[in-house]
Design a protein around this ligand. Sequence first.
Ligand SMILES: Cc1cc2nc3c(=O)[nH]c(=O)nc-3n(C[C@H](O)[C@H](O)[C@H](O)COP(=O)(O)O)c2cc1C
Ligand code: SF4
Length: 467
Amino acid sequence: MAAPKYIKGKEPHKRERRLIFRNVDREGWDPSIATYIADGGYKQLEKAIKMEPGAITEEVKASGLRGRGGAGFPTGVKWGFIPPNNTKPVYLICNCDESEPGTFKDRYIVHQDPHQLIEGMVISCYAVGAKVAYIYIREEFPEGAKILEEAIEEARAKKFLGEDVLGSGFGCEIYVHRGAGAYICGEETGLIESLEGKRPYPRIKPPYFPAALGLYMCPTIVNNVESLCHVKHIIEMGGEEYSKIGTPRNTGTRILCVSGDVNRPGYYEVEVGKVTMGELIDDFCGGVKKGRELKAVIPGGSSAKVLRADEEYTVKAGDGEKTIGIRDIPMDFDTMAACGSMAGSGGVIVMDDSRDMAWVLNNINAFYAHESCGQCTPCREGSLWMKKITDRMLAGGGVPSDVKTLGSVADNIAGRTICAFGEACAWPTQSFVAKFPEEFKKHTSRKNAGKPLSGEAKLAAEGLAGS
Ligand SMILES: Cc1cc2nc3c(=O)[nH]c(=O)nc-3n(C[C@H](O)[C@H](O)[C@H](O)COP(=O)(O)O)c2cc1C
Ligand code: SF4
């Protein structure tokens, strides 16, 4: 197949390896089924539908694919959790909530290559035995929802969907479900509650692991948009061949979304672990702004723990260990975890030395305080409390004990809640306060403590500034 040409000014970086984003920003490309089929689209569905469903799951296991939605859980292993003697219907849900701040990849797949997702989903449905699948898309993507609905109609007209997919006897329908715009609907059990028409209160795990007790208490596989697209490529090249892309245990490609203080922010699809943080920032993104120094990076969406630019990290090297700096960290799941953070959703937020870390944390705290579903006391109260403290610090009314209080509030959220939102809102505070104590102390001068706040500062402290 000829190498695709890209729109001028939007060409991929020379070190990118584009599987999922092959058609994103491609010259002459449009999201219609005609264009997709002319480029070899739906060939992998034709191949997969002739395989045994279990053999597809085995290929996905062999590929080593890990979920691209946040947790990095092995996709094939998750599929294998459907109870073997199950007699209930099985559902597949595509998580298209894409709400983690700093993450902007799934929306491009939906807008520019919806049939790649549909092909991946039908193959996945066939593998796990799901006759009904949902794409849960956030309200803020109305155009994406329309594109998907049109693509579904096109696919049904060509018999890639419907009662009898490609004459195989396997029937499969996909429905688009619009969310109402809440971050917590990205959490898989909150999403399921929302899809059932209820308030998106996450369910407690165990027992409500979706693969066993998911939608309508039936086995349900929830996967991210990007994860489901990879399935098509695994069928095309075979699981073992796919596993040679990337690095051991961290296979395939993934899309990194870079934002913040770099010269060329944007999306870059790379082999997992083959590009270091330094290469990503300096080479792919053209470095930090002129005259500025790298200060910190949040490597996997706003809930990932911040990495300080002058820290040293101890990571595995063969049978031993070695010490590396931030620029040497390979962008993979395991090394990022060894460095005390996570690769998460692939949203890399870069900060230079112009940033006030109390301001950055306040921005993050405001998001989580707004998005907590309110079900658990530590998360509901703690997320707001952390925001109020950083609000007050920025407004000039911080007190010296605030730094300690922030840490202790966060420590009392993480690990004490129903869902991982608890960690998502605690980790930024825990890591920012521990790694930049001097910056927070700066905002807790005793001379301002207890003084009445000025009008604007008072509004900010109450979270009302600008409203
Ligand atoms: C608070 C919270 C928000 C989440 N938001 C998203 C999201 O927007 N998109 C997503 O794919 N996964 C999100 N996840 C992860 C999902 O719960 C789930 O693990 C994921 O969709 C599984 O897909 P994967 O295995 O393909 O990664 C979120 C998790 C939490 C705790
Ligand atoms: S941790 Fe937060 S978001 Fe998750 S269920 Fe509890 S209150 Fe809701």
